[in-house]
Write a protein that binds this ligand. Sequence first.
Ligand SMILES: Nc1ncnc2c1ncn2[C@@H]1O[C@H](COP(=O)(O)OP(=O)(O)OP(=O)(O)O)[C@@H](O)[C@H]1O
Ligand SMILES: Nc1ncnc2c1ncn2[C@@H]1O[C@H](COP(=O)(O)OP(=O)(O)OP(=O)(O)O)[C@@H](O)[C@H]1O
Ligand SMILES: [Mg+2]
Ligand SMILES: [Mg+2]
Lengths: 227, 227
Amino acid sequence: LMDIQQLTKTYVMGDQMVHALRGVDLQISTGEFVAIMGASGSGKSTMMNIIGCLDRPSSGKYYLQGQDVATLRDDEQAVVRNRMIGFVFQSFNLLRRTTALKNVELPLIYAGIPAADRAMRARVALEQVGLGQRLDHQPSQLSGGQQQRVAVARALVTRPSLILADEPTGNLDSQVSAEVMNLFQTLNRQGLTVVLVTHEDDIAAYARRVVRMRDGMVVSDRLQDQV
Amino acid sequence: LMDIQQLTKTYVMGDQMVHALRGVDLQISTGEFVAIMGASGSGKSTMMNIIGCLDRPSSGKYYLQGQDVATLRDDEQAVVRNRMIGFVFQSFNLLRRTTALKNVELPLIYAGIPAADRAMRARVALEQVGLGQRLDHQPSQLSGGQQQRVAVARALVTRPSLILADEPTGNLDSQVSAEVMNLFQTLNRQGLTVVLVTHEDDIAAYARRVVRMRDGMVVSDRLQDQV
Ligand SMILES: Nc1ncnc2c1ncn2[C@@H]1O[C@H](COP(=O)(O)OP(=O)(O)OP(=O)(O)O)[C@@H](O)[C@H]1O
Ligand SMILES: Nc1ncnc2c1ncn2[C@@H]1O[C@H](COP(=O)(O)OP(=O)(O)OP(=O)(O)O)[C@@H](O)[C@H]1O
Ligand SMILES: [Mg+2]
Ligand SMILES: [Mg+2]
């Protein structure tokens, strides 16, 4: 599904260089459930953004479904992204002046889904994460963990083939975290490829494989029994 | 230090009422280290905002250092807040177009601290959370966990007598979380009162007392041995 070779990402700040990614090699197959772990600042979100076609590397190769992503223009990358990828952002990125329901409908609008179907699918997605009673709340009228769950629902509503989730349970208590992780596991068994960043071992335990990053590189990559 | 009696907070949304707090009773003494836990949406941030003089309850009493906070005007509450409370927000609330250093200097500017002292104190605060190499990065140039640590540094730089931290380690790996919690513990032993919201048992273990909330009420309040 995805083949990453010697990916680097360097930010230039005045006379300083920040090496966010220093040569990452990673292959992920369709249907996998992978947890990405590593210290704060080790490059996890940077890598997720490149995988999700939201950013471009400084050097290296990224093949998605056999296609060299670098050869795609920005608008072509956007099509790939909207068609096959669901992204849960570390800082949620919800629209502030829009209800939870409308936030989750947004990707369906881009996909050309008719209004009645959109509203129903968005409602179901929000019910799946326990927010059936919060459909018409705007983000400022939601708790931190509720905003996070709206971001999860939005990522899943298009039924993507790949979900990239950056710390999707960082603001959730253990019971609600388990509900979200069970949802990911159920969808994974139905064919959804799941790549999630987490700093919690309890959450990583739901994955079949754990990739650890440090200082912009992959330092370990191991299979494990799923919990 | 703080005495909360039958605190309620109700939001009116059209013809619906959301009872975020349903009669909270809580007393916290100077020098305590208290963890607040509970499900997503149970009222933790709402209560923290009222404790931190950032919001007013719908009913009930809140005495801070013997003073009935309801009798203070908004500007008087702001003075109390800036003088004695440091707040780590669940969504950080950093200034976007400002460097990490300047973000942490901000409370010192309000406190009338001279420029040279401010810069030095802000730098020390950022070094204490491992961000000595990120002083001139703006929030968009920082990882999620780095932004969170800037928020922690900003809350501590005025040397407040009370720190209110809402999920201060939600985006931090275990090593950096331990560094932040050790910092809180050290300051607590020096007299800082610490009230922190967390959904992780490992983090709550640093506290001397754990208060659990559910559906807008305190349902348990127990002392424990600190780790
Ligand atoms: N402005 C508002 N209008 C309506 N309802 C609100 C508003 N702000 C918060 N709420 C509701 O009040 C409840 C408590 O919110 P609060 O942010 O205190 O929860 P929390 O315990 O901090 O949750 P989390 O762990 O997810 O951060 C939630 O159900 C939320 O939807
Ligand atoms: N626009 C930028 N300019 C300069 N440096 C940046 C920029 N964006 C990120 N960085 C740096 O790149 C490094 C990697 O950032 P990244 O967000 O990928 O970390 P992360 O592993 O997701 O961390 P966290 O667990 O804290 O979210 C960090 O040290 C960060 O300061
Ligand atoms: Mg990150
Ligand atoms: Mg909260």
